[in-house]
Design a protein around this ligand. Structure first.
Ligand code: G4P
Length: 296
């Protein structure tokens, strides 16, 4: 099954990004450090060409530090690209972004000639959080609504940097089924319409292959059940997701488990590594029921 996100919106976004690209010096692409590939978007890769780009690996506080290091090495191989792991909630870490913007646009950053940085990313990667931290105050969040014309909001940081915020321009690609599951597990895909049992099974299988200790420790399991459904039952029992009669409510258990993984309650976890396919992925997962109807 091929899934596309609002193809009509994509062509509008293409024109808007192209237009903006002419006016800016640096692209600041916000990615989720736990899934830098699945949280990126091919439109930007196509339109950026050789414009300097900072790949912000946000939510680094939730990602596996060793895997993040390998992503930084990976991005270093591309010309004009720098990767910067950080947490958008940490002003001290976010400061590095300012330095890097200046470094990549050495001819700008003087009075009257600010570095013009386009901030772009799929919903929920932390774009608003980052912009608020950069601005040092809470700016109203502009909705990430697809299929509407969006004017980039300019934010002068008064430190030689002019941000172009681009809400609603980029959406994740959904043609890769495993990527879609990773996005769902990380929380990038809308919370309400998910089939948590499917996402829970995906996350349980992945975690069992990659981070079995984290599962055993969190849910006090001496043996890790091989079958992810059995694992969800055991974890659900531990979390008290029971129905009357004492049976486990597996859907509730799956949702609680996915929320714990997302929030980093089990520990720091990454969902993908550069150029490697990680064991534990679902083969040809059926996405029906996982994603909102409109996205099938
Ligand atoms: P967006 O503009 O790209 O759509 O994302 P937004 O900033 O709204 O952030 C989405 C969620 O990610 C928010 O959580 C936000 O707090 C969280 N977040 C952003 N950056 C980081 C980070 O570096 N580390 C961690 N751990 N979380 C981050 P939320 O639960 O939706 O909202 P809230 O209850 O935290 O306000």
């Amino acid at each position: 099954m091929t899934i596309e996100w609002y193809p009509g919106h994509m062509s509008k976004a293409r024109e808007q990004i192209k237009e903006l690209m002419r006016k800016i010096d640096v692209v600041v692409e916000i990615l989720d450090a736990r899934l830098p590939s699945s949280s990126s978007n091919y439109l930007l890769q196509q339109l950026r060409r050789d414009k300097p780009c900072i790949k912000v690996l946000n939510k680094n506080d939730l990602a596996d530090p060793e895997v993040t290091k390998s992503w930084v090495r990976h991005f270093r191989k591309s010309a004009n690209v720098r990767a910067l792991p950080l947490s958008a909630k940490q002003p001290g870490e976010v400061k590095q972004l300012i330095k890097l913007c200046r470094h990549l646009a050495p001819n700008r950053g003087n009075p009257g000639y600010p570095v013009r940085a386009m901030v772009i990313g799929i919903p929920n990667v932390g774009k608003s959080t980052l912009i608020n931290t950069l601005a040092g105050k809470s700016l109203a969040k502009v909705g990430d609504k697809p299929a509407i014309t969006v004017i980039a909001q300019q934010i002068d940081l008064h430190n030689g940097i002019l941000l172009f915020d681009t809400p609603g321009l980029l959406w994740p690609e959904m043609s890769d089924q495993t990527g879609a599951y990773r996005l769902a597990a990380s929380g990038a895909i809308g919370a309400n319409a998910l089939d948590y049992t499917n996402v829970g099974v995906f996350a349980a299988r992945y975690m069992a292959a990659r981070y079995p200790e984290l599962l055993r420790n969190r849910y006090k399991l001496s043996e890790l059940p091989e079958d992810p459904h059995h694992f969800l039952e055991a974890a659900g029992r531990h979390m008290g997701c029971l129905v009357s009669g004492g049976a486990v409510d597996v859907n509730r258990a799956a949702e609680a488990f996915v929320r714990e993984v997302r929030a980093g309650k089990l520990g720091r976890v990454s969902f993908e590594e550069p150029e490697t396919e990680v064991e534990g992925e679902m083969e040809n997962p059926d996405l029906s029921g996982v994603l909102p109807e409109s996205l099938h």
